[in-house]
Ligand binder design. Structure first.
Ligand code: NAG
Length: 203
């Protein structure tokens, strides 16, 4: 027993060191520079999901009828055009390395429509143009479930459902009208990180 005692402070400092490091690790692996992601702090983490508090952030968003990869591609092209318009016509550069790419699904008059949003980097001011609108997501607590692989609508929906079930069984209050799929890979490129998340706002 005695031999353990001197080790205690060491153990404690190791544990604390680890805890501190986890805190500083809010900069996720799939979001290292030059990538820019919205800032957040961890509120809590368990085996199934995390709770993050996101700082306010500005997004450029567009909607497209349908929920398939064609709709995502059309919406992506529109956001790229929006970026190019600002760069070529307005002389405003919008850094393209902002992540994640946020997809949500809305029901509009019995039709499914997706909304695709990319973050506007801090320090850049843009206004909406044509079918692209600019909106601020206020400081929001999000429940986050991570999953890997190519983010199809099917596995995103399944993961959203599982997250909702977990939240319900833990008695958490959440927004039941929306969920976001956050992905950290280009729909056009090679899948580098295979990291996706479902975000559900806390109610
Ligand atoms: C995150 O916080 C840092 C430090 O306050 C700030 O410089 C940076 O612009 C913030 N990033 C975003 C995306 O808001």
């Amino acid at each position: 027993m005695d031999t353990w005692l001197p080790a205690l402070p060491l153990l404690l400092s190791l544990l604390l060191g680890l805890a501190l490091r986890t805190q500083a690790c809010d900069l996720l692996d799939y979001c290292r520079p030059p990538r820019i992601c919205p800032n957040f702090t961890h509120i809590s983490t368990n085996q199934k999901y995390e709770e993050r508090l996101y700082e306010p952030s500005v997004w450029m968003c567009t909607t497209e009828e349908g929920i398939d990869s064609r709709a995502v591609a059309e919406a992506s092209i529109r956001l790229i055009n929006f970026r190019n318009y600002h760069s070529w016509v307005k002389g405003v550069q919008i850094n393209p390395h902002t992540w994640p790419s946020l997809v949500s699904v809305n029901i509009v008059e019995n039709r499914l429509e997706l909304s695709l949003c990319w973050m506007v980097p801090p320090g850049v001011t843009v206004s909406g143009y044509r079918q692209v609108t600019v909106k601020t997501i206020p400081r929001t607590a999000m429940f986050v479930r991570s999953f890997s692989g190519i983010p199809t609508f099917e596995n995103s929906g399944l993961n959203a459902l599982r997250l909702m079930e977990d939240l319900l069984s833990d008695g958490k209050r959440f927004d039941r009208t929306v969920f976001f799929r956050a992905s950290y890979d280009s729909p056009f490129g090679i899948i580098f990180f295979k990291h996706n998340e479902i975000w559900i706002p806390k109610a």
